[in-house]
Design a protein around this ligand. Structure first.
Ligand code: PMP
Length: 387
């Protein structure tokens, strides 16, 4: 794009009501934020599903790790080979029942790194139509051809697998929990298809870990299956830190460490970030009921209260609660009113979701108190529906 056209593009974005600014926020608890002007809000759009960012044990681990330096100083294959990250990889692998795991700097970079490294020019990646942008971009930077299948439609996917000739490797890639609808991918069917068509199955459990499965291990545990070849995850949501990982066979992980450019050429996360995630992981493993159980309980409570208030929530098995208002303007206006009254939730519009499906999206966490959930429902009810 020519730089002189930038203003025009920005004007179009503004005219379409899509111009966005970063909203500065400081979290004072895992569920309450304070803006720069001092106004408080209860946060319903955070991915800190288990409230780990404010757990005392997790914060102490982060504080303690500062003595090993505030930054890692290099990539993992050079000087950024922080002990804590290797420990974290081992424990993540064990948590995901995989042989090994590789940490990347973000969940986003994990999808880029995995798909870039594995998708060769003779390969085909079959990708769900509603996959996260990081998977979409990973498909773009890989050299493989990408074939999109309709959302979670296993009959359509099978037709495509059957009718698309491939000389190299087939990959199937899906979100485990879809971030905008909160629905769960049909993993047992995907495993059946990947076995039948000799494909490699990649499931991104960014919103699954800590959230689904009795002990928060994600979609494999939710369905009580094994057979996902690469389990992608993030440290940035339920584990209260930043970073991402791929859990897989030792061979795949060694391959990623040696071939994946986002792994090789970027300074690794620090010991502070690594210890934050490791402490959160250990806490989750030790006390799943306190975290996953509480999250499930809060989710059930919130959905029930919203329904009682006459607010139609889309059915989902997860704490991601979409409320479809269809029109963009209505969705924006409704969100602004709730935000003005201190309930921070998201208005999701095209191009993030298809036209005509603009929605409010709120996420419940284990950290919300019943009073906070009740307050949110009261505010949401007072403004619903808009004229
Ligand atoms: N995968 C999915 C499904 C996501 O929703 C997200 C983030 N929202 C990511 C990957 C990226 O993770 P991160 O924020 O850690 O980069």
């Amino acid at each position: 794009m020519k730089l002189e056209n930038m203003g025009k593009v920005l004007d179009e974005i503004r005219e379409g009501g899509r111009f966005r600014k970063v909203q500065d926020l400081r979290m004072v608890t895992a569920s309450k934020g304070v803006r720069r002007d001092g106004s408080e809000c209860i946060v319903f759009n955070s991915n800190d599903y288990l409230g780990m960012t404010h757990e005392q044990e997790v914060q102490e681990a982060a504080r303690d790790a500062v003595r090993w330096g505030t930054g890692s100083g290099g990539a993992r294959l050079t000087s950024g080979a922080v002990f804590e990250l290797s420990d974290l990889e081992k424990e993540l692998a064990s948590f995901k029942h995989a042989e090994d795991a590789v940490i990347f700097n973000t969940g986003y970079m994990t999808n880029l790194g995995v798909l870039y490294a594995l998708g060769g020019k003779d390969d085909i990646i079959f990708s769900d139509a509603l996959n996260h942008a990081s998977i979409v971009d990973g498909c773009r930077i890989s050299r493989a051809r990408t074939v999109i299948y309709p959302h979670s439609d296993m009959a359509a996917l099978e037709e495509l697998l059957k009718n698309t000739p491939v000389s190299g490797q087939r990959f199937i890639v899906t979100d485990g929990v879809f971030s905008m609808d909160g629905d769960i991918a049909p993993v047992p069917d995907l495993i059946r298809l990947k076995e039948k068509y000799n494909a490699c199955l990649i499931v991104d459990d960014a919103h699954g870990v800590g959230v689904i499965g009795e002990t928060g291990r994600g979609s494999a545990e939710h369905f009580h299956v094994s057979g996902i070849d690469i389990q992608v995850g993030t440290l940035s949501k339920a584990l209260g830190a930043e970073g991402g990982y791929a859990a897989a066979s030792r061979e795949i992980c060694d391959y990623l460490r040696n071939v994946s450019r986002p792994f090789i050429f970027s300074t690794s996360i620090s010991a502070v970030t690594g210890m934050t995630a490791l402490a959160a992981l250990r806490l989750l493993e030790r006390e799943p009921e306190r975290f996953v159980g509480r999250l499930m309980e809060n989710t059930r409570y919130m959905k029930e209260k919203l329904a009682e208030a006459g607010i139609p929530v889309e059915p989902s098995d997860t704490p991601i609660i979409p409320i479809i208002l269809s029109e963009e303007e209505k969705t924006l206006a409704y969100a602004s009113r709730c935000i003005e009254e201190g309930i921070l939730l998201s208005a999701i519009r095209p191009p993030t979701v298809p036209a005509g499906t603009s929605r409010i999206r709120l996420t419940v966490t284990a950290a919300h108190t019943k009073e906070e959930l009740d307050r949110a429902v009261a505010v949401m009810k007072a403004h619903f529906p808009l004229p």
